[in-house]
Each structure stands twice: as structure tokens, then as C-alpha cells.
Design a protein around this ligand. Sequence first.
Ligand code: ADP
Ligand code: MG
Ligand code: MG
Length: 339
Amino acid sequence: MKKRILLLAGGQSGEHEVSLMSARSVLAALPRDQFDVTAVVISKQGRWLPPTDTQRALETGLSVQGGDLVLHRAASAEGYDAVFPLLHGPMGEDGTIQGMLTLAGIPFVGSGVLGSAVSMDKVMTKQVLASAGIPQVAWRLAVRREWQDRPEEVRERAAELGYPLFVKPANLGSSVGISKVHDATELDAALDMAFGLDRRVILEAMTKHKPREVEVGVLGNDAPIASPVGELSFEAEFYDYKTKYTEGHAQMHIPAKLPKEVSERIRELALQAFKALDCAGLARVDFFYVAETDELLLNEVNTMPGFTTTSMYPKLFEAAGLSYSELVTRLVELALEKR
Ligand code: ADP
Ligand code: MG
Ligand code: MG
């Protein structure tokens, strides 16, 4: 019998549009001889759109207002064999939807509550990975209340790291709200912007040189495998939103031109991180490689990475011999195998 799959897309985060693009590709690729697929787009207000509005949002990339409250729909999700929460960022990639689906007893693609929540928060990720001995840049946490009440303390934390540094909302993606701060005069504006988007902000020392940005895909549950390593190259000062999503601004290189020993180290560290964070299904683990010093630093773990047919994660597994459609099928199988 065909498996009934509910594909969730859109969502309340700044990565709503990115999710709609990914969902279009997944929807087209799930083999219909195996799966009955229903898509539901979640609007930016957090409402689950009915079929006609969902269809329109997927076609036009725009979601209308209206729809049901999430919790009203949770019960009806019971009719599905598995859910594919193709949502990025807060309220989708952060353990919230995962918690709802866990309560409802429905298998779903990707990490559970713990792995999703910890991996979404850049500070929690750094803390867990540090205790697993994985190399990372130096960082400091600041919370909004501290910035409001005791800004000098936050400025001191930045000074400890030195300039340039990066200021980022702890729970976001797609480089939304991230600034490269060149000196102390730029710090306040960067913190104001980041705190406008999140209660928790991470300050990060910059790598000593502009790093090479290398990424690896991990696939599996308790016995995960790592893909070949890919690299992104671009002209911009860092990999910002515009560079990520403007055609032609960034180039993908698979496999990355790295000494074999470095690629193997990256793949091994990615698997260690996946396990340390209790991830499941899939994750894209991103690293900085500083060629000048042969330094490898883990940057972040994305538990629901960009998923269009031209996105890095599917391309990495394609290079390993798994087609896009085989990959999405495998992800659903992994969801059903979990537990
Ligand atoms: P997101 O989750 O939004 O992708 P990242 O932490 O990956 O956020 O940061 C986005 C980009 O900013 C990185 O791909 C890199 O280009 C740059 N960047 C972030 N942190 C650092 C850092 N500590 N040193 C050097 N570059 C950084
Ligand atoms: Mg990210
Ligand atoms: Mg990133």
C-alpha cells in the first residue's frame, strides 16, 4: 500500500520563501507509485493553509492570510504515515513542530526534539560540540535583557574576542540578521539588528583569514553516513543572504579540492557532531577550513538544509550516487525506521 505523506512547507521564520522553493522540488520528486503526498503550506502567521491556498503559495511563492491554527491540524495529521517537515528556522527546524508530531505519534523526517532544538541554537550547538572536543571559533553569548540593561558588559565580551567578529541571532539561518563587525564603531548597530530578531545573540571571533567554506551531508539515524565534501566559493566578504540566493553569486564545487586527509577529517568530524547532537535523518554540517594554518573549525549544523534540486545537500549525495528522488525516498524510509 502507498504511504501517505504530509509535506509541510513555508513556516513562520525568515526562511519561509526558501522552504517553499525546497518543497516544490521535494513534491515533484517523491515517487507517486510509493507515496500519496499532501502538501500543507504554513503561513508566516503560523496558520495551516487549506489545499487551494497551499497550491497557490507553492506556485507563486506567496502565502495568503487565513488558515487553521497549528493545533487544530495536529489531530488531522494522524491520518498520515509520515510527515516531512520541510521547514527552516524557528517554529519548524527548532524542535517545536517535532514536539507536536511526537505528541501526535506521527513519524517524521529529520531530527527529533532534542537534536532539532540544540542544533538550531548556535550557542547550544557550540557548547555541546565543545564538550565533544570538536574544534570551533571562540564565542560569547549575550541575551537581549543584558544588552538593554548592561550594554557595557556586552561590549566587553566583544572586545575580548577582538575584531573583526561576527554577530548573529542564535536561532536563525540563511545569514538573516548576521553582521561582520569590523571594529567597535559597528558593534551597536549589529547587536541592535540581531536582538531585533532573537532574544539570544552569539558573538563569534572571526577565523584568522577568510575561510574556505566546506560542507558535508550526513544521512541516517543511528548509523549515519557522510557524503563527499563540497565547497562554496564567492566574491562577497562573507556568505550573506544575497550571495546565497542570487543566481551566479556563489559557486558550488563537488568534491572540494582538498587534500584527502583533510576531507576525511571533515567527514569524520561531521559524523561525530551528528551523533553528539542526537541528530537523525539528515543534516548538513558546515565547516571553515583555514588553508593558511591548516585549521578546521566546525561552523554549524543544519538539521533541515536547503533542499531544492540544486541545493548543496542533495548535490552532495548525488555525487555519492544517490539521485534526488532516491534521497527523498530514503529520508521517508529513515523516518519510518526511527523509534
Ligand atoms: P547561517 O545559519 O545563517 O548560515 P552561519 O553561522 O553559517 O549562519 O554564518 C553565515 C556566514 O557568515 C558563513 O557562511 C560565513 O561566510 C560567515 N561567518 C559566520 N561566522 C564566521 C566566523 N566566525 N568566521 C568567519 N566567517 C564567518
Ligand atoms: Mg544555518
Ligand atoms: Mg550557514
